[in-house]
Design a protein around this ligand. Structure first.
Ligand SMILES: *Cc1c(COP(=O)(O)O)cnc(C)c1O
Length: 348
């Protein structure tokens, strides 16, 4: 099987952990692994003296936790809404009755920063919620400009880096982001099931709210001080996460090595798309994925790849729009082959 979805192809040594006997979670051994993962995660995201919470749950669980524990303590948020994931911040704020301004960005477009600044002046938010990469379209938002605006107007910055962690450069301390989130099946490229909250040092003594029993920050942080989780963790996934983090930490330039691999594959595939006449829709496209428009309007490519080639790519919201993930294991030959198969199915 070949996978260009989330996750992409995973190395055998990580997959094999899933079929081996695993340790009991209420042990010092598990605590040590958990604490070590926290240390590596903070190093890779660049959050000195920060904290992490690793949840058993998908990325949306972590987004929900952020709103329950933190956004409900704030006066008003501005939400960058450029697709399905921006919309999810909106749904969550609505669900928890948080005041928000829905800042709409056209699908696949970069933010109009003059309009954003005007809106900030008019709406006076104290919190900004955004995605680094709107995975539904493939557009990478300019996080440096967002961060500069947040610094200028003293706004607390929360960034969903679920699909850019380890795929795009990101420095939480430099950007002065208060909270970031990621999940296992995207940049980390291991099986789905864990999500991760990064809390900056600034929030060390913050009084969080208690609006959700399972995702409660304080309860989780207290348990994590001794490397434990309040409830049963997905033990195997914690072990796979730890192994993957160790692997990345051991690269010559750590996350930058990983990022440059992703970037190389991304550049290569984007060039192939050009040669086949598939339009890359996003302005400022991310390296994490390539989103491209084909002529196929009835999912011939999606179904054909599965049935004929045992291969997955991601269909998008628009007919004929497909997305290929570059965060998994893939070679240039793989990408050539994939493009050939897509073109054959498109014209079948
Ligand atoms: C995948 C993803 C999520 C989380 O989605 P789940 O369905 O919970 O896995 C959130 N934000 C972004 C940007 C994502 O790519």
């Amino acid at each position: 099987m070949k996978s260009y979805v989330f996750p992409g192809n995973i190395s055998d040594d990580i997959m094999e952990l899933g079929s081996e006997p695993f340790i009991y979670m209420r042990t010092d051994e598990f605590s040590d692994i958990n604490k070590e993962s926290e240390k590596y995660l903070l190093e890779l995201v660049h959050a000195k003296n920060g904290r992490t919470i690793i949840y058993t749950g998908s990325g949306t669980g972590a987004m929900s936790a952020v709103v329950e524990n933190y956004v409900t303590t704030r006066n008003k948020s501005i939400i960058i809404n450029g697709g399905s994931f921006g919309k999810r911040w909106v749904s969550l704020c609505k669900y928890y009755n948080c005041e928000y301004y829905d800042f709409n960005v056209e699908f696949g477009r970069q933010i109009d920063f003059n309009r954003l600044e005007d809106t900030i002046i008019n709406e006076n938010p104290d919190t900004l919620l955004c995605q680094h990469h709107e995975t539904s379209s493939g557009v990478l938002f300019d996080i440096k400009i967002i961060s500069d605006l947040c610094k200028k107007y003293n706004i607390s910055l929360i960034v969903d880096i679920i699909s850019t962690f380890l795929a795009e450069e990101f420095n939480m301390d430099e950007l002065q982001a208060d909270i970031c989130i990621t999940s296992t099946q995207k940049g980390l490229n291991i099986p789905p099931g864990l999500s991760i909250i990064f809390l900056s040092e600034k929030l060390k003594h913050y009084k969080f709210n208690h609006n959700g029993y399972y995702w409660d920050f304080e309860d989780n942080l207290n348990n994590l001080s001794r490397g434990q989780t309040p409830f049963s963790p997905a033990t195997i996934l914690y072990l796979q996460l730890n192994k993957r983090l160790k692997e990345i930490i051991s690269y010559p330039q750590k996350e930058l090595t990983n990022i440059s691999q992703v970037r190389e594959n991304s550049r290569y595939f984007k060039k192939i798309c050009e040669s086949y006449g598939w339009e890359i829709k996003a302005e400022n496209p991310s390296c994490a994925i390539t989103g491209f428009q084909t002529k196929d309007t009835d999912r011939k490519i999606f179904k054909g790849l599965i049935n004929k080639y045992n291969t997955y790519i991601m269909p998008g919201a628009i007919p004929g729009f497909y997305r290929v993930n570059h965060m998994g294991l893939q070679t240039k030959e793989d990408l050539n082959e994939l493009a050939k198969q897509i073109s054959e199915l498109e014209n079948s």
